[in-house]
Design a protein around this ligand. Sequence first.
Ligand SMILES: [Ca+2]
Ligand SMILES: [Ca+2]
Length: 231
Amino acid sequence: MSQAGEKGAGVRLPGAGALLLVAMAGLVVLAVNLHSGEGRAAATSPTPARYDVEWDIQLPENLHPGGTGHIRAEAILTEPSFVGTGPYHDPWYALTITDTDPVVELRSLPVVAPADVADGAEWNLRRIRPGEATIEISLTYKQSWCYPCDTHYYTHTTTRTLTVAPLPGDANCDLATNSIDAALILQLSAAMVSELPCEDAADVNQDGSVNAIDSFLILQLAVRPPDSLSP
Ligand SMILES: [Ca+2]
Ligand SMILES: [Ca+2]
């Protein structure tokens, strides 16, 4: 009896040892899995921040043909649109002008690239002619992150419209109102020419007709101030 009891105890002891080994092995596997999971998360978790942008755009006032203008733009970065961290790098501004009318010839000086977004950007306009133009201002910055390392460029764009009224009486759109315009209007009235380059401007008194009265008003400019050309 005592031998059987000792034998039975001898059988149970190895079983407990095996269970202990299995449990330890399980803990090792769990630790490995947890470690591997953390590794995968670290490889994909960094996300670059695409900031929201509020624009502060200052357009030139009282643009007139032949004059100059000044545009200033500043992009104010606000909270990122989605989860992510990291500053922006190498920001630059760009401005493009799209003429929606062939008469418009807005010209910008070389675009500046400020060292920091907060510096904003400024452009001077020249050779301004009558018409309408769309200006497009954009800010681009770079975001880099690790691991794995990658780089992405983000661009924010805003548009504005510039409208330049024609110079009253400037029938040939040469940015001056003088006797040549008056003569051209008389030629139109006499059907010697079929149209004028800036016929809207030729209608000085804005009565819907281009005729000798407009020509007379233009000639008055030589002896009277420009305000007298107002209808
Ligand atoms: Ca003219
Ligand atoms: Ca008229």
